[in-house]
Design a protein around this ligand. Sequence first.
Ligand SMILES: [Zn+2]
Length: 158
Amino acid sequence: MKCPFCNPDGEALLYEDGLIKILLDSYPASKGHLLVVPRRHVESWEGLRDGEKLALLRGMELAMEKLREVLRPDAFNVGMNLGREAGQTVPHLHLHVIPRWNGDCRSPRGGVRKAVLDLEDENLNLKERWERNRLSGEEVEKLRAAFNRPLHAPEGET
Ligand SMILES: [Zn+2]
């Protein structure tokens, strides 16, 4: 299958430079939903070079600037689906820039956090949601250790 981001429809292509392209999303979540993609066919974040990562952020800024200029949105959701389980369907990394307007949905609260909400979750109160999704103490400690930030400094450190 031809990659839709390596070979975008000419009409969808809004911007390109040496490192990135900015495209219209084919199935927009809102009016003006854009995609910022690395020019190189890279599937995962880890596959990007540092310069490409920076270029994606610059592309996000550029996309927001032009959308503000043209469509005057009130706000944005920005996000990436990294991996199939997270909803990535095109195996060419892309960053979504989704303009938002006052009143465009009944309850904007949660924003990109709604990525994992289903109808059942929506009926959970905050405490129930916390109980369902919280990490165990051990998991938190492992995560802290991975970041090298133990809650209790090892002996000898202050
Ligand atoms: Zn591609």
